[in-house]
Design a protein around this ligand. Structure first.
Ligand SMILES: *Cc1c(COP(=O)(O)O)cnc(C)c1O
Length: 425
């Protein structure tokens, strides 16, 4: 059983809403920092630990700046993510560029910034050489295929589009060395939202064994292995958060059994965790604007699936509470919905909740990762802004909400007024 809390009282939240109307995201700086410190502490039993925060989880430069202050870097997979990291002061090898199906200009930018390029495919070796040149430090992404069982979101590795096969990996490092690479890293990511620590320890073991084989067969000594992202968070009340110490002890045992006897100590351990870094410390706050009673009972919010896509897209569970009614009895069964003309625009289906009145503030939990970031503009919906609850209790806006002007920014109405709708003859 885990406890879903919100860092403001109902009264504090009411006051905040007077200044910043709902819907908005709010993130808890103190909790994000505390979590970052706990992770660093647990991983300190392993050499060369470094976390590249997966920018896609929460692409806000204020958050990136806080994480940088805690010693974290960034994991990027697009040009805008690289530029955001740069804005937050994250530079050079603190950035891991783990992309796939990568366009030439993105490799060029990553190379220019000195980011660690993590190749997704054997053919990208020659592609990278021709568009940007081979850097001194290079990483390859491994897809273990049937060696590793699947996980619910990411699926079976042999059905995933990412990475090199085992054979390609051995050929790849040789080819990279021939082309001038001198420093090497190895990456894999085979899970998403995985709470089972054995799964993550097993991933480390697979990479450690490969590191030994690469050394013994090719004489290539890796600088670090990157275990990717995919650490899960307990969205549901009956789930347990990952125990960082148990996880790192398990990785350490595998390290001592595989890396140390092969004479490869120290080998750095990098991560690209996203969700677990900020997910539990962000909330989507909305107002109940309608209730409707037909074959089911509905509560309509001022937020929509365009603000938070996970429930509609994956049927994902996000816990919901009502400000000031945290301990009220769960007497109602509601579908909690947004206003999209899409029937899957539901934050919760047949959820037991306290009686909700119009004007109640409805809090959607665990929205700090893959939340606003996955938002979209379907139906002309304008996405919520973002607030940061600072460690001193003050609240600062870190992204304004979208406006109609933002939505129209890619249209040219002057051209429209001169545009003849008659078919050109
Ligand atoms: C999405 C992603 C991550 C982060 O995943 P989380 O589940 O948020 O930890 C890390 N690396 C890569 C390559 C990704 O695609």
């Amino acid at each position: 059983m885990n406890n879903k809390t919100f860092p403001l009282t109902a009264e504090q939240l009411r006051k905040l809403v007077a200044t910043y109307p709902t819907p908005f995201y709010i993130y808890d700086e103190r909790a994000i920092r505390e979590n970052a410190r706990n992770i660093k502490k647990a991983f300190a039993i392993l050499p060369g630990f470094f976390e590249h925060f997966a920018v896609k989880a929460l692409p806000n430069p204020f958050i990136l700046k806080i994480l940088k202050d805690e010693g974290f870097g960034a994991d990027c997979s697009s040009l805008p993510e690289l530029l955001l990291s740069e804005q937050a002061g994250i530079r050079g090898e603190a950035i891991m560029f783990t992309s796939n199906d990568t366009p030439a200009h993105e490799y060029q930018e990553a190379k220019q910034m000195g980011a660690i390029i993590n190749l997704d495919d054997y053919t990208h070796i020659d592609f990278l050489e021709s568009v940007a040149g081979i850097p001194e430090l290079i990483s390859c992404r491994y897809n273990p295929g049937p060696l590793k069982e699947g996980n619910a979101i990411i699926g079976k590795p042999e059905e995933a589009k990412y990475g090199f096969t085992r054979d390609q990996l051995f050929k790849g490092y040789q080819r990279l060395r021939e082309k001038g690479a001198r420093r090497f890293a190895l990456h894999t990511m085979v899970a998403s939202n995985e709470l089972n620590i054995e799964y993550h320890i097993e991933t480390a073991r697979i990479l450690f064994e490969l590191a030994v084989e690469l050394y013994q067969k090719l004489g290539i000594r890796l600088e670090f292995v990157n275990l990717g992202g995919g650490a899960g968070i307990p969205y549901r009340l009956d789930q347990q958060a990952i125990d960082y110490d148990a996880l790192t002890r398990g990785i350490r045992r595998a390290y001592d059994a595989i890396i140390v006897p092969a004479g490869l100590d120290p080998l750095g351990i990098h991560l690209e965790w996203g969700r677990i870094i900020t997910g539990p410390y962000g909330w989507l706050v909305s107002t109940a604007i309608h209730e409707k009673h037909i074959y089911r009972d509905y509560i309509g919010l001022d937020a929509t699936m365009a603000d938070l896509m996970r429930p509609g897209m994956y049927g994902a569970y996000h816990h919901i509470t009502v400000a000031g009614k945290e301990s009220a009895p769960l007497t109602e069964t509601y579908d909690v919905v947004g206003s999209l003309c899409e029937n899957n625009d539901k934050f919760a289906v047949q959820r037991k909740l306290p009686r909700i009145e119009r004007g109640d503030l409805v809090i959607i939990h665990d929205a700090g990762a893959h939340g606003r970031a996955m938002g979209f503009n379907y139906n002309g919906k304008l996405r919520a802004g973002e607030l940061l609850l600072r460690s001193d209790g003050s609240v600062v806006p870190i992204r304004r909400r979208e406006t109609v002007e933002d939505y129209f920014a890619t249209l040219d109405f002057t051209a429209l007024s001169q545009f003849s709708s008659a078919e050109p003859s």
